[in-house]
Ligand binder design. Structure first.
Ligand SMILES: *Cc1c(COP(=O)(O)O)cnc(C)c1O
Ligand SMILES: [Zn+2]
Length: 404
């Protein structure tokens, strides 16, 4: 586990999230030759597809007890009707909303909780716009740990709040936004003896990188040409890239995708860096968007995601709230995929690129849909037509259907 800036190596046997010398993020680098040696002994292809299919690439000791809800192994759906609508040839959606708690966070949480137990921690914590707390509380319950989640008051989608409540977390509403909640978590965790499972925790990233492995396996050992992905704190986009990069370097897949990071207009500090060629992130003070999962003004992983996107030869851009909601409807109507707004942002970004002619229409493109639509029923209902009411007769039904 080493610092992304100064390279200082840190002990993985203690809870740390930042470099002790320079304060930057930490990342885990695996011994690739060792991993190859280990997988050559086992036929991993035969394993059931899930996060732990790739156990040899996950930095958890073989002896550790794994806490799993069988996360990962989500569908990569070929979207013919959507492709036709957009005038594309090879369009896929990686629907990570079908994870056990309805978002990709579960990929990171199974590894994070397993690590928390290995470290002997009793309490886990996170700041959350909703999905992290839903996921963490489920896994904490499974592992018999206390769970404390900090959420921005009044800004968490109903489904996500319901999950954290049912799983028995201690839920604390902060009179402020996500960025402020995360600051409290980071500054209090050591004193209060809590293990932090936000995406600043490098073990989260190690679980989430398996999504990159899966996409390559699902495409028959090839990477897509483009990966469209929403960017909030930037952990998932960095994790996907780490997955693609490791898999390619081990000779387990061909090629690497170009990453297109998508942010909502009202909270787009990473896209802003690309637009204006900035070297340092300028936080957005009052982030705002209908896609609450990416309503983040000061992304904790900005350095990791900017590096990942640049290394891939890609860039980041923005979409408006109406564009996000339009994409959410298209996914639902044409492909049967019900995503929460943030889970439709990638498609909204792709649609914009298609309209501006900046993408090769024959390329193979994967859009990551990060969370399930049932998470945020209020948004879905508010933008749909109300059901009609009739008298309980066949005539009334006929009248309605014929528009009389
Ligand atoms: C957490 C989350 C995101 C943002 O992911 P980051 O790793 O913070 O960039 C996007 N969509 C959904 C549904 C999420 O839950
Ligand atoms: Zn450092």
């Amino acid at each position: 586990m080493r610092c992304i800036e100064c390279g200082k190596v840190h002990d993985m046997g203690r809870p740390v999230y930042a470099c002790s010398s320079c304060g930057n993020l930490l990342e885990i680098r695996m011994d690739r030759a060792e991993a190859l040696k280990r997988i050559s002994k086992n036929d991993i292809k035969k394993r059931h597809v899930s996060v732990w299919k790739y156990r040899e690439f996950i930095p958890i000791s073989d002896k550790a007890k794994v806490y799993s809800l069988n996360e990962g192994g989500t569908q990569l759906l070929k979207c013919g009707r959507l492709a036709e609508e957009l005038g594309l040839k090879n369009l896929y959606v990686k629907f990570d909303g079908t994870n056990p708690t309805g978002s990709f966070k579960d990929r990171g949480m199974t590894v994070g909780i397993t690590k928390a137990k290995e470290l002997g921690m009793k309490t886990v914590t996170c700041a959350s716009t909703g999905n992290t707390s839903a996921s963490l509380s489920a896994y904490a319950g499974l592992a018999g740990m206390r769970c404390v989640v900090l959420i921005p008051e009044g800004k968490v989608a109903l489904g996500k709040l319901a999950q954290a409540m049912m799983h028995g977390a201690t839920i604390v509403q902060v009179k402020g936004n996500f960025d402020q909640a995360l600051e409290i978590v980071m500054k209090s965790s050591e004193k209060l003896g809590m293990y932090v499972l936000n995406s600043v925790n490098p073990f989260r990233i190690e679980g989430q990188k398996t999504a990159g492995f899966e996409v390559c396996d699902q495409l028959g050992g090839k990477s897509p040409d483009y990966l469209y992905i929403p960017v909030g704190n930037g952990g998932n986009s960095a994790a996907y890239w780490k997955g693609f990069e490791e898999y390619e370097s081990l000779g387990l897949t061909d090629g690497l995708p170009m990453i297109r990071g998508i942010q909502a207009e009202g909270s787009a500090p990473v896209a802003d860096m690309f637009k204006h060629g900035k070297k340092v992130l300028e936080p957005v003070k009052k982030p705002d968007t209908v896609a609450t999962a990416i309503r983040i003004g000061n992304p904790a992983n900005w350095k990791k995601t900017v590096k990942a996107i640049k290394d891939s030869g890609g860039s980041a851009t923005t979409v408006s709230d109406p564009e996000i909601l339009g994409a959410q409807k298209l996914l639902a109507k044409l492909e049967g995929i019900f995503a929460e707004p943030a889970g439709a942002a990638a498609l909204a970004g792709l649609r914009k690129d298609v309209d501006s002619g900046s993408i090769d229409r024959t390329a193979s493109i994967v859009c990551v849909s990060t969370g399930h639509g049932l998470k945020d029923p209020d948004i879905a209902v508010s933008q749909s037509a109300r059901p009609r009411v009739i008298e309980p007769t066949i005539e009334a039904l006929e009248e309605l259907l014929e528009g009389r």
